[in-house]
Design a protein around this ligand. Sequence first.
Ligand SMILES: [Zn+2]
Length: 143
Amino acid sequence: MTVPCHKGLEMNNSTFTLACRLRLGLPLPSALTAEQCICGTTIDPFGDHLLCCRHGGERHFRHDCLVEAFRVILREVKLPANSEVLLSHLHIRPAGVDADQKRADLYWVEDGVGHFGDVTVVHPTQADPSFAAHRTINRANGR
Ligand SMILES: [Zn+2]
């Protein structure tokens, strides 16, 4: 067991119990789950849909927490990083992507060279066809 190194990582007993149930693949207490998600899907007893649904916000919340954690780590090693930087602000216009809409999760400069960081939150039961599209675009524009 790891002792939380700062306040933001602490969990109360009920949150810790829920985290353990999710980690061990145990059904969630019925009091914590509605029968139907706001997207109309019936919720499974393990809460998998809630962790994958694009409408519930949990996936974005976890993504944003991870981006912030990486940003803090980069700053701690003296690499000031910005998050959610529009590609157009970096004068980058990849083929097939609207640079005024597309953002880099993280951007930092090290020894005069710009670096990008991308955070993708996945779940073992998630069927997400956008991963193939992301991979194709990233490989087409990567160096
Ligand atoms: Zn849903």
